[in-house]
Design a protein around this ligand. Sequence first.
Ligand code: ADP
Ligand code: MG
Length: 310
Amino acid sequence: MTDAAIEIEGLTKVYEGGKRALDTVSLSIPRGQIFGLLGPNGAGKSTMINILAGLVTKTAGSARIWGFDIDEHPRNAKNSIGIVNQEILFDPFFTPFETLENQAGYYGVPKAQRRTMELLRAVHLEDKADAYARTLSGGMKRRLMVAKAMVHSPPILVLDEPTAGVDILLRQQLWDYVRGLNEQGVTIVLTTHYLEEAEELCDRIAIINHGRLIANKPTRELVNMAQEKIVRVTVDRPIDQVVEDLPDHPCFDRVERTGDQMLSITYHKDRTNAGEVLKAVNDLGFHIIDVATQEPDLEDVFLHLTAPAE
Ligand code: ADP
Ligand code: MG
């Protein structure tokens, strides 16, 4: 047995035609977390999810879901996971109520244990229970898919690009629901190419690019990997226009004049800190009137990590 929710080892997928969508990816997703799988379009995120879902056959490697090997115990593996696919797919002639009931039937959930209305309420589709699925908006369909994935009460919920076509308000409701599930102990895995989304929601983030795993760290650590920080200072007198005459100091990486009395100073956070930078500005003969610092976001980390080696 393992304590991981999902354990992937050497997972490789080469599609017919030769596209290597996943290349020996090994990854352990801890139980109880909200885990982000982040990567640009075409990185291999859906391929990985679809292998776990049993929709794509892997070329090599192994995967265990809640301790169950997907080859040796496919049924147990499947019962341990609920997956919301990137593509919206279900029968347009069923109502949301029927869609969930059918799914419960498929998983063999006894009638007495079904939670159809509770699930519809949770995703704010209570009043659409008897509407035809084809009359639902994109956002409603997405939420119906989330409810459908939870019908058999799996310990893991996977959402592949869940916010595509979901407007801001409903996105927030979706996240509230997902966070609530996580608080009840459900392990959440979500894929996204939105960095802010991963940063906001996830305890831990793995980044994949061109089918390879390039990072797997607690969110905070990943953010800290961004090398550069920026401090913007407003000083008491005009700064010379001439670039060569801008104040310089060994602890500055880059200095830019961003206004009459404003400087934007980039520094490496592993070499110095904002206090040192401000002291340097002072030592250069400027009095500081105002200061703003800029935290690195995942975008910086991401670009840094996915940039071709120089
Ligand atoms: P992501 O979900 O990260 O955007 P995908 O897993 O969908 O990435 O795709 C990874 C790569 O595999 C892409 O280059 C994509 O074009 C390719 N790919 C995906 N599905 C197939 C398929 N059925 N046949 C051939 N190539 C595919
Ligand atoms: Mg995808």
